[in-house]
Design a protein around this ligand. Structure first.
Ligand SMILES: Cc1ncc(COP(=O)(O)O)c(C=O)c1O
Length: 454
């Protein structure tokens, strides 16, 4: 039997490759590109089994907010563990779930009154789709079955969430399993004409959305959208006016607006939630990722009494919402989420992040002069740099050249974990990052771009 205390890096990799199938990975790549077993994390730093240290510049897939092994969150989880690790949420409840629901509702717009717990980002999207569809069915709108989403959107990997996503490779591969969705061109500012401002571009692009809503409103349940940043879609960004116009059109045509705040929520774009920048109230808000500060899987759907009340009925009418997960509102996950909200409150995080995001902005500015960089964009604590073959025409590098992979490997050799999306390098750090750590990341990103575009 293999030794459970194996500490040697190559032995660990060997054991891993024998049994673990990794996500989002062509496993054959690991014949050439070694994976990195991580021994421990503290703050923004990850340490491997050879004591190499890496700054987690992407918050471990955008989940980590207050650093790895955060003492405050650790203590809160430990305390919770001593009382209750889990109990089902049907017919039973517990204080961590109640407190979390109250606090999330408190920091949401007035009309948001109910919190439905799910498991992870994708399951929140699936549940939101079911909730919207079922609401309309309960209200007698039996024809409403479709969803409207943006091109280049990403909402997750379960069949429902994948159906409303629009990433080419996924779409092609799993098309025959998916539900048909109405796709509208994204207001992505990167694609704008030089004559227009970002706001004008978003307003012009809204025309496509308006037409789709006008044409499909009788059989569409909802528009589902990632507010302000299409994170998995190469961190493409758009102007907040788009959400304002979308809110007006959804209300006018009786369609729900589902805000997928899974990646952009909890301060990522500079406000607690990205939709706040458009001063709108979505009908359904999906939250996950940073909700537990990056500790464990948990997601929630926040919604209005209008939607909740459409399910509230005599048992025999069979109108109740049909969705559940075994670990719904796991108390340890809720304790982590409550601890994370404590840190937001205690540490004035949103205000402090403004200083950090300005610092990042100023440090990245000169990259826009790079001969192979077509765009340096930022929304709060998300910054992205697009590498191109031709700066003038924005002709991209052939994806087969895997330029992002070169940058990734350069980063790792130099102590920074970046994981580019194709030709886009992005920086989305935990909020506890210090200025000198930002300097290190940015110096490595700059050098990585030189290496990758050579
Ligand atoms: C906007 C958005 N929605 C949904 C998801 C899916 O979340 P999960 O990976 O937890 O299923 C993601 C994940 O990256 C996301 O970025």
């Amino acid at each position: 039997m293999s030794n459970i205390l194996t500490k040697n890096k190559s032995q660990i990799i060997h054991r891993d490759l024998k049994v673990v199938w990794h996500p989002c990975t062509q496993m054959k790549d690991h014949e050439k590109i070694p994976m990195i077993p991580i021994k421990k994390g503290k703050g923004v730093w990850l340490t491997d089994y050879e004591n190499n240290k890496y700054i987690d510049a992407i918050s471990s897939w955008w989940v980590n907010l207050f650093g790895h092994s955060n003492t405050y969150i650790n203590n809160k989880i430990t305390k919770q563990l001593k009382n209750l690790e889990h109990v089902l949420l049907a017919g039973f409840t517990h204080m961590p779930a109640i407190q979390l629901a109250e606090r999330l509702i408190n920091i949401s717009p007035n009309k948001i009154k109910k919190c439905f717990f799910t498991d992870n980002g994708s399951s929140a999207i699936d549940a939101a789709m079911k909730m919207s569809f079922h609401y309309w069915a309960n209200k007698g709108y039996k024809k409403k079955k479709k969803f409207i989403a943006l091109s280049n959107s990403y909402h997750g990997e379960t069949l429902g969430s994948l159906s409303v996503s629009n990433i080419d490779l996924y779409k092609k591969t799993y098309k025959s399993l998916m539900k048909e969705t109405i796709i509208v061109p994204s207001p992505d500012s990167y694609l704008k004409n030089d004559k227009h401002t970002k706001k004008q571009h978003a307003e012009l692009m809204f025309d496509y959305m308006l037409k789709a809503i006008e044409k499909n409103h009788t059989h569409a349940c909802a528009v589902i959208i990632e507010p302000l940043v299409q994170c998995a879609g190469y961190m493409r960004m758009y102007h907040p006016i788009y959400l304002k116009l979308l809110r007006q059109a959804c209300s006018k045509y009786n369609i729900h607006l589902i805000a997928d705040e899974i990646a952009v929520g909890f301060g990522r774009t500079g406000s607690m939630f990205a939709y706040e920048q458009s001063k709108i109230t979505p009908d359904i808000i999906c939250l996950s990722k940073g909700i537990t500060g990056g500790y464990m899987t948990l997601s929630t759907i926040l919604t209005t009494d209008e939607i909740y009340n459409a399910f509230y009925d005599e048992y025999t009418k069979l109108n109740a919402f049909l969705h559940s997960h075994s670990y719904t509102a796991n108390p340890i996950a809720c304790a982590a989420a409550n601890a994370s909200l404590d840190l937001f409150e205690k540490n004035n995080v949103i205000e402090k992040n403004k200083i950090l995001s300005n610092y990042i902005h100023n440090s990245l500015k000169d990259l826009s002069m790079h001969p192979h960089v077509s765009d340096v964009r930022q929304h709060g604590m998300i910054a992205a740099i697009e590498m191109v073959k031709n700066k003038l025409t924005k002709e991209p590098y052939d994806w087969k050249e895997r330029r992002g992979m070169l940058a990734y490997q350069y980063g790792l050799k130099n102590g920074v974990l970046i994981r580019p999306l194709g030709n886009v390098i992005y920086f989305m750090p935990p909020y506890v990052i210090k200025k000198k750590e930002i300097d290190k990341v940015i110096n490595v990103i700059k050098a990585a771009i030189d290496v990758a575009t050579k």
